[in-house]
Design a binder for this molecule. Structure first.
Ligand code: F6P
Length: 538
């Protein structure tokens, strides 16, 4: 592997691959050589520092990294999350072909289908008004209480699929900050509100605390007996849910082989299903399944997740770019960067390889972003002229859902394409100076100002284009990024499916609670923590 990384570095230098302007000037066919399509989803990576030699080396990396073999292990239910001895089978949740998927010799598909069926019946009941609140009123508002993977997927997807939203209003409470639930409860009528407590473990302190507040809200307004009509739960820990007092026919299970950040396809997707209906939720699963099949079968040069993962690895570990910006030109994907932040950084933010040795080179990059065009008026300055190169990933639909606002969609597309072109083309000193002289500036002043208006260009980006953000398209897009994270994780030689790094802070918070409550002194705390406690408690 290291030999291929070294060969890539040498090839970049020898072929001057980072000079994108020269690459485009040399080769009129560059777009078709370095783009790939899966149905209406097009991935243009011609504005990255690639050429045929580099692509050949990346393909070699895919082979030598045994990505295909690991991919089959994942799909086959092998316990590739070995630190927790778990299979990684979010793909089974959207296995619309319904072929058997074995975990420890047992086909999981009957259980997957049974939960999906139960979710569908529950969602239909709530949406149609046959499953109502305790006073008989129809549910108008659903509040999902969860955090991390039990929040970000449903929030992101519900917003993304707003044009399909014909069910109750959706709200999401995640933060333990009481402000979050307080501000949400202010909007709600207890009689018409359903709470979904979503937690894989059903121990997460934020979720349990908010759930208790929500329970008290219902019990106060409608009486203790009403709780059963206003709560549902989603978890792998079914006994813990029962202990909370949620009726068994309102508990939707999933399994330890579904990682939290990969769980939107499971019962964690219930708020989405309530919003858009079971049929559209099915379309969402179909899209992801289509991407799964593509990932398993398409040759590397046509395989979108493989290409995205290889280029991601190349950017991070060969070109040493520390972060990547996710820039959807799709307002409804405004939470997609935050969703990918968990998916990518919780998966690939690791420092130890599968052998227990330190990672050589780098593992996952910092992932961040905002929708365009908003970001253009905020942080794009740094992407264009800052001292770090930040690969950008743009995405835009050919069609919006507002035919009467076509002009706005045209502006959106024009801006998206303009940004990737500007990043690639840049502006030379001569061009900058000529522009200033043309505007009437004198020679001396133009010489002084022009350097500030130079753009180096040659800044990499990938652009995704799709027809329209339907449930199918969204499912496909998320699955694409999931598999990208997988490919990169295999190449980094890490376990992408555990998250031990989040534990220490949780343990320390538990220990600090009595200190913050004033029940215990600061003995044993470090001087900074003790000083901060004192400042807060007075
Ligand atoms: O603390 C991190 C984490 O475990 C995530 O991996 C997970 O998505 C989130 O917390 C919520 O966990 P749970 O669904 O068990 O409440």
């Amino acid at each position: 592997m290291q030999a291929i990384v070294d060969a890539l570095k040498a090839t970049i230098t020898r072929t001057n691959a980072t000079d994108l302007q020269a690459s485009f000037a040399r080769d009129a066919g560059r777009f078709s050589s370095f783009s790939a399509r899966f149905d209406d989803l097009l991935m243009d990576f011609s504005k990255c520092a690639v050429n045929d030699e580099i692509m050949a080396l990346l393909e070699k990396l895919f082979t030598e990294g045994a990505v295909a073999e690991k991919r089959e292990e994942m799909f086959a239910g092998k316990a590739i999350n070995f630190t927790e001895n778990r299979a990684v089978l979010h793909t089974a949740l959207r296995n619309r072909s319904n072929t058997p998927v074995l975990v420890d010799g047992k086909d999981v598909m009957p259980d997957v289908n049974a939960v999906l069926d139960a979710m569908g019946k529950f969602a239909d009941g709530v949406r149609s008004g046959t499953l109502n609140g305790a006073t008989g009123k129809k549910i108008t508002d659903v509040v999902n209480i969860g955090i991390g993977g039990s929040d970000l997927g449903p929030v992101m997807a519900t917003l993304a699929l707003a044009p399909f939203h014909d069910g109750p209003r959706a709200h999401f409470v995640s933060n333990v900050d009481g402000a979050h639930i307080a501000d949400t409860l202010k909007l709600l009528d207890a009689e018409t509100t359903l709470f979904i407590v979503a937690s894989k473990t059903f121990t997460t302190i934020e979720t349990m605390t908010n759930a208790a507040t929500a329970r008290a809200f219902i019990a106060d307004k409608l009486g203790e007996e009403a709780v059963k009509c206003h709560f549902a739960a989603v978890s792998t820990a079914l006994e813990k849910v029962a202990a909370f007092g949620i009726e068994s026919d309102r508990i939707f299970g999933f399994w330890d082989w579904v990682g939290g950040r990969y769980s939107i396809w499971s019962a964690i997707g219930l708020p989405l299903m309530l919003a858009i209906g079971p049929e559209n939720f099915g379309g969402f699963l179909d899209g992801a399944h289509a991407m799964d099949k593509h990932f398993r079968k398409a040759p590397v040069r046509e395989n979108l997740p493989a290409l995205l993962g290889l280029i991601g690895f190349y950017h991070r570990n060969v070109l040493d770019y520390p972060s990547r910006a996710i820039l959807p030109y799709d307002q409804r994907l405004s939470r997609f960067p935050a969703y990918l932040q968990q998916l990518d950084m919780e998966s690939n933010g690791k420092g130890v390889t599968i052998d227990g040795t330190p990672v050589e080179g780098q593992s996952g990059p910092v992932v961040w972003g905002e929708p365009g065009t908003n970001g253009q008026h905020a942080f794009y300055q740094l992407i264009h002229q800052g001292t770090s190169v930040i690969p950008a990933e743009f995405m835009v639909a050919a069609k919006g859902f507002e035919p009467n606002l076509r002009h706005q969609h045209e502006l959106l597309i024009a801006n998206c394409l303009a940004q990737s072109a500007a990043l690639m083309k840049g502006r030379t000193l001569e061009e900058a100076k000529a522009q200033l002289l043309k505007s009437g500036m004198d020679e001396a002043k133009a010489d002084h100002i022009a350097p500030h208006r130079v753009f180096s260009g040659n800044r990499p980006s990938i652009t995704f284009v799709y027809d329209q953000l339907t449930p199918f398209a969204l499912g496909r897009l998320i699955a694409l990024y999931e598999h990208r994270v997988f490919v990169e994780g295999v190449l980094f030689r890490i376990n992408s499916f555990d998250q031990w790094g989040v534990e220490l802070g949780k343990e320390l918070a538990t220990g600090l609670l009595p200190v913050v409550q004033g029940k215990q002194g600061t003995d044993g705390q470090d001087a900074s923590t003790a000083g901060l406690v004192k400042a807060l408690l007075g």
